[in-house]
Ligand binder design. Structure first.
Ligand code: SAH
Length: 213
């Protein structure tokens, strides 16, 4: 397996046919997914580990982790329609690779409900997420990131680059720090009246965050 092979495999996954704008169902581009998963892999954070995919959508991040030898992946997703996509994509990848994966579990859950944050999400060795960016529901990105940091000692999380200082302040308060930033540019559907094109490019960063020793 190489980073390039992983990117090709992930590019074959099925995407939402009818994405729900309210839930900000924008898939992670396969190149970006492969880049951050490969980094985690080379740091020894995936093989034999339990990985949590928070706001899993069609499953690209968690499935990538299974391809790279995760022991178990827990997919957490609010939308029951997404579950079928995750199952189909898992079957697709198992057939492509002609081998079995580690275990997986799909949990249908709205992560913003309930008061005790730690009880809300399962614990893992690594949490990967491309959460809603908070465009439709304010601060949902912050809630996702806080839960991610509470759930695992290592986190890779995608956010609008413009929110970096604010989010990293929050991360510090939670006893964690930035290890590395991966800059990307995502083509997202226009959300503002002043956007003249249907699709516009947005600066997105994936932050690798680790709990302080
Ligand atoms: N992680 C996927 C999907 C990104 S889009 C990928 O990388 O391609 C964000 C996902 O978060 C969507 O699938 C959406 O349904 C889910 N989501 C939005 N709000 C949520 C909530 N409150 N609880 C759990 N999942 C949520």
């Amino acid at each position: 397996m190489s980073r390039a092979t992983l990117a090709i495999l992930l590019s074959r996954l099925r995407l939402f046919t009818d994405p729900k704008t309210r839930l900000e169902q924008y898939p992670t581009p396969s190149e970006a997914a492969a880049t951050i998963l490969w980094d985690a892999h080379t740091r020894g954070l995936i093989e034999g580990k339990t990985v949590l995919d928070l706001g899993a959508g069609t499953g690209i991040l968690g499935i990538g982790a299974l391809i790279l030898g995760a022991k178990k992946v827990i997919f957490v997703e609010i939308d029951p329609d997404a579950h079928q996509f995750i199952e189909e994509n898992l079957t697709l990848m198992k057939n492509e690779l002609e081998r079995d994966f580690g275990e997986w579990e799909i949990i249908e859950k709205d992560i913003t409900i309930e008061s005790d944050s730690v009880a809300r999400v399962p614990h893992a060795d690594l949490t990967v997420l491309n959460p809603p960016f908070g465009t439709k529901e304010k601060h949902v990105d912050i809630e996702f990131l806080s839960l991610a940091v509470a759930s695992a000692p290592e986190v890779y999380s995608f956010h609008k680059t413009i929110t970096k200082n604010y989010l990293l302040g929050l991360v510090q308060k939670n006893g964690a720090h930035l290890v590395q930033e991966f800059p990307f540019s995502f083509a997202l559907p226009a959300t503002m009246k002043q956007h003249t094109k249907n699709i516009h490019k947005v600066a997105i960063s994936c932050f690798h965050i680790a709990r302080n020793a």
